[in-house]
Design a protein around this ligand. Structure first.
Ligand code: ZN
Length: 323
């Protein structure tokens, strides 16, 4: 059982603003612009471990990953139209080492934002292969980004764990929970013991033989090092809530899911990115295993996520300036 630490009450201030600049100005637009990242030395250098170069795969591999994208997106529940799948998958790319244990490509989609105050947002889903509805959200976001000029810059990885998804298992083909395999500072001391003692060696939550032992974990680490996100959105099912690891932001006013804090675990993305590297992570836990059915709600979730990213960035800059 996850322990709920705090429940945030949603404030009735502010408006969820649209990801497109066509939207009316919001309360956020009235706030004095924050210090740009370049003026704040501590903001520019997250302390990631140095990693190998980010190299795009060969033309053939990228083309194969586009076919794999089409196949994958067609499998999603409540999927986008076939024509849109084809269109959006024609734009995905592949880092050359981003393959699962069973050699399936872990493709990504990039869209550059146009606002100077926009943030770099990394969105991912199906890190747990049995959470089918999570992929519908990211593929829907890719589709939407394709048709607009967003304020934020996005990188989307809709299928982190293709082997687990094939078999509908939480874990990857090695039986490892990728979301317990990130090299958080406490991994050596806590990850294995926590799994054995607190989770009674539940095979669904096995953290792996060592930190970042899995190719899927390393693919995501490469993207983190290369893209240097200001904000990460990780989409899961089935708890039906928004769990935020980050500074105490004012929650947007109209939320489709309750804003609750669950905390994070040794080796999880939230522990690694927020606790160790001060990059906020918003975990969207859709209700039920198949996610939500209405496409408009996907859009709202994307806008809300973008708003939280910008608010968190402002707070972080403010805190850094004070310290
Ligand atoms: Zn999950």
């Amino acid at each position: 059982m996850l322990k709920i630490l705090t429940v945030f009450t949603v404030l009735i201030l502010g408006m969820a603003c649209k990801e497109t600049l066509k939207s009316p100005p919001t309360d956020e637009g009235k706030i004095t612009p924050p210090l740009s990242d370049s003026k704040d030395p501590s903001a520019t250098k997250p302390h990631y471990a140095q990693s190998k170069k980010f190299i795009i795969a060969s033309k053939k591999q990228v083309n194969d990953s586009r076919q794999f994208c089409i196949k994958s997106l067609k499998k999603m529940p409540n999927r986008i139209s076939k024509a849109n799948i084809k269109k959006v998958c024609a734009q995905v790319s592949l880092e050359r080492s981003c393959y699962s244990k069973n050699k399936q490509p872990i493709f990504h989609y990039d869209k550059k934002g146009i606002s100077s105050r926009g943030k770099k947002i990394l969105a991912l889903s199906l890190i747990h292969g049995d959470e089918h509805g999570s992929g519908t959200i990211t593929s829907s976001w890719m589709n939407r980004l394709d048709g607009l000029k967003p304020r934020n810059t996005w990188r989307v990885l809709p299928v982190i764990n293709p082997d687990g998804w094939d078999k509908s298992t939480r874990v990857n083909a090695n039986g490892v929970d990728i979301n317990r395999n990130f090299p958080s500072k406490d991994w050596e001391d806590l990850a294995y013991n926590w799994w054995r003692d607190k989770k009674k060696s539940d095979p669904r939550r096995y953290p792996g033989p060592k930190a970042s032992s899995e190719s899927e974990t390393n693919c995501l680490l490469k993207h983190i090092n290369n893209f240097k996100p200001d904000f990460i959105i990780s989409i899961h099912t089935p708890l039906g809530l928004l769990d935020f690891d980050g500074p105490k932001v004012r929650a947007p006013s109209t939320l489709p899911l309750p804003w609750q804090k669950l905390g994070n675990f040794p080796g999880s993305l939230g522990r690694y990115m927020w606790k160790d590297h001060r990059v906020p992570v918003l975990t969207i836990e859709l209700k039920g295993s198949r996610g939500i059915a209405k496409l408009e709600e996907f859009d709202r979730l994307q806008d809300i996520s973008g708003t939280v990213a910008i608010r968190a960035g402002k707070l972080l800059n403010k805190n850094r300036t004070k310290n």
